[in-house]
Design a protein around this ligand. Sequence first.
Ligand code: SAH
Length: 224
Amino acid sequence: MNQDARKIRLVMELRQSGINDTQVLSAIERVPRDTFVLPTFVDQAYENTALPIEEGQTISQPFVVAFMTQALEIQDRSKVLEVGTGSGYQASVLSKICRRVFTLERHRTLLQQAEANFKALGYHNIVTRHGDGILGWPEQAPFDRIIVTAAAEEVPEALVEQLAVGGIMVIPVGRQSWSQSVVRLRRTDQGIEREDLLDVRFVPLLPGTTRRKTGVGSSTENHS
Ligand code: SAH
């Protein structure tokens, strides 16, 4: 089966799993996931599974990407912040639906690879930054939508503060890797409304940033 046929099969599977937002399905159809996976996994790029990327991180399962994107209820004018660029796949899907995506990653090596892919694919509405997403992106706040793609023990206070009134945040929350759920927060005039949406398993949201490949001679810093 060629990649196009695999991609069509994936989109059908997502539809059958309850993804009905046509903007989300069309974004998944248009973004080449095979560009964002490691060369060894290209054959599995359109399987509905998470795959390893550099730095011990993962590119999320397509269903989870679609589910979280749908849960964000994005409008074309939404200003969106993503925490955890990773491969850049989720940011690319978002970039097809809204005007501008701001994305933060703590591993410089991952960010550089993602930036190269955005450039090669001509995704010019994605703005990147090497930084600690737990602190958000104060200079660009407030955001209409915030998506976090690493699991937090608790929702970071700075992100709640950077969410506009009327805004929505989608974030996996859980202390243990086996007990996380995607939580949706809505900021209203009255305060914050919270819903639990889906059980998931994400890599952890970690403080600080790294410049070099993690391993011998790597460093972890608090600021970039
Ligand atoms: N959205 C990504 C999924 C990447 S996995 C994709 O589509 O491929 C989660 C990513 O979050 C990892 O790359 C990890 O390094 C990053 N991350 C974890 N804690 C972070 C933090 N505090 N700030 C920014 N990025 C963080």
